[in-house]
Design a protein around this ligand. Sequence first.
Ligand SMILES: [Zn+2]
Length: 310
Amino acid sequence: MSAVERDVIVSEVGPRDGLQSIKRSMPTETKIEWIKGLASAGLPEIEVGSFVSPKLLPQMADCAEVVAAATEIPGITVLALVPNLRGAQAAFDARSHKINMPVSASQAHSKANINRTVEEAVEDVARVHALRQEFSADYHPGIEVGISTAFGCTIEGPVSEDWVIRLAEMLVEAGADSVGLSDTTGYGNPAQVKRLFKRLKSEIGGKAGGAHFHNTRGQGLGNVVAALEVGVTTFDSSQAGLGGCPYAPGATGNIVTEDLVFMLEAMGLKTGIDIEKLIAARSTILSGLPGEALYGHVQDAGLPKGFRYA
Ligand SMILES: [Zn+2]
């Protein structure tokens, strides 16, 4: 979508993963202002909301409006999370560029998160793929699937790596354009990340998607480096580390976008993102959610003297 040269795609999930874990709702105008701020900092991709029942997550009730406004912003790919066919229909009606369907590797988490068995969730991906086929050639939304609890589950504990890989193959067969791995619960470690992403790539090749890490046990950026080493080039993160999962008890925030971008640029990897403009966008969060806790080391310490972008 953009002519900017990037080695790594940083996909901002704060307006979805971040806001859905906070009980208060950010006003719609503030969400849109925040997304504009993130876009002007150079974020290439933003997950702006979730098409879930407003009874379950009232914070996301304005998702269609937010998607419609975000797709007017030039230069960004707009994503929305959808849990099922109904959500996908709403996302397609709102002309979201891409949708993100979470499919859990853990039966217990899948039931808690989307009230479906894992197999039913795979069938939903196939139905959504069929629905997409009905749209005309001028609108071809991407379908990305993130396998949640891929590195462990707060309810079931360890998750079989063989099963995660088998599930990824099933999802590609169902019509997903890409299948990434999500450490929803912050259970992953760098060795495991390297092993699993390597297997993912060797099993589904070019359909291997990005990484979604939470920093629950402080492993987030270590996990990013491990994933980079096996060729992963798309990473989800959340500005100020907002986020968690309302249905995965104990899961805390996403990795912090500001810290991720700093690390990548310092390592010589182009992100196309301006860290100062990114930091400036944090003030919008507080205007919409006064007093909310914001995280981030780069924000606290500032950029090092003589710092240069990649
Ligand atoms: Zn998450």
